[in-house]
Design a protein around this ligand. Sequence first.
Ligand SMILES: [Zn+2]
Ligand SMILES: [Zn+2]
Length: 466
Amino acid sequence: MNVRIKFLGGAQSVTGSKYLLEIDSQNILIDCGLFQGQKELRLRNWQSLPVDAASLQTVLITHAHIDHSGYLPRLVKDGFRGKISCTHATEDLMKIMLKDAAKLQEEEAEFAFKRGYSRHSKPEPLFTEKDAERVFPLVESVRYQKEVKVSKNLTAKFFNAGHILGSAIVELSLKTKSTEKKIVFSGDLGRYKDELMYPPEIISSADVLLVESTYGNRLNPIDTITTDLQQIMNEACARNSVVVVPAFAVGRTQLLIYYFYQLMEKRLIPSLPVFVDSPMAIDVTELYERHSYNHKIKVERQHGQLVSIFDSKRIHFCDTREKSKALNELKGPAIIISASGMATGGRVLHHLFHRLRNENDTVLFAGYQAEGSRGRRIQEGEPAVKIFGEEVPVKCHVKTIHGLSAHADQSELLQWLANFTEKPKCTFITHGEKASAQTLAAELKGKGWNVAVPEYLETVELFDGI
Ligand SMILES: [Zn+2]
Ligand SMILES: [Zn+2]
């Protein structure tokens, strides 16, 4: 039996994760992510894969983030009819996120058409909502740690990765007549002291390991979050400020609600209303209650209803356009959490449009702002930013809270890797910018690991004649 791996994404980059395993004539894909960010990366979404989509038997998905699952609708459009395997919570999250991703693709194509800047007479979206709908019947989700049969000689197991709801480390076991080989994909790994998620599970052996390296060259301390947030909020309350927090709908919004709720419960900040204004965040928060086994927040059943801190009287979900619009008249102190996290789109733009110009209000960034994004420009102190075609002066207070990432930092990656009782025969450093991946590789080499930093589209023979 011959086994090869092809790195179709997530190699010297954090997006487009796709790893193709060729086991004799079987083709298995692990993750099926969309390339995001810079244009040269996004263009890769339009290049056809070096494998026929119809020839893939199974796709295993580590978690629902679009850079790991967002290419599925396109794969189905291109003829994939196999099985998609993931955890139950990932299935539920994908239903929300893939439809949203499809809507964005359709809007983008429509926008390009209207502005006439597409080279095509009628620009086509990469995939549509209909394509996304065709993904879901192919999904067969399983619970954590349950063995899934992929083919007659291959099984898979999902272990909690602690990164977002449903996120998993995937362990593949390949049996031949004489031997058994383990191939482990870390997926994205979470943190050891996260307030919401449990730490990633221990994996202690593998023949081949792929490990992420988003923060392979960075430390991201978590201990100062509460005190920093307390200070920012107390200053804002003293100004009767409305605090607008641009935040991703999955994970970050729920973590922020948790922190604000705790600060108020402990009377470290005044009691104030928290408005969550993102339709996706509302749907995702419901999933946190349904999949309560996967995180630390207490969920109880009361009169047939699932109840948690998300149902607290202080937390208000804006589930209609009217409620969202009413926030324009809101007087402080109050908090508005709204997507998107980098202020590139979504309802948060309306809140920034109204609040940036107000000296008393505050914009609080709670996550990484990519270079060139509107969020980064506000963060770096530009005097005005364009929103809805208008130059909006930035007169409000601009703050940033560090440490809220859902990714293990360098020390946590090394902590997770230290669980291997025997070093894997080969470790590939994936899902990280070149500098991050190389720094983690050097750290591991120094400890005697056999590591490689694969390139985009590189193929590596894993086992020959086993
Ligand atoms: Zn992720
Ligand atoms: Zn990722």
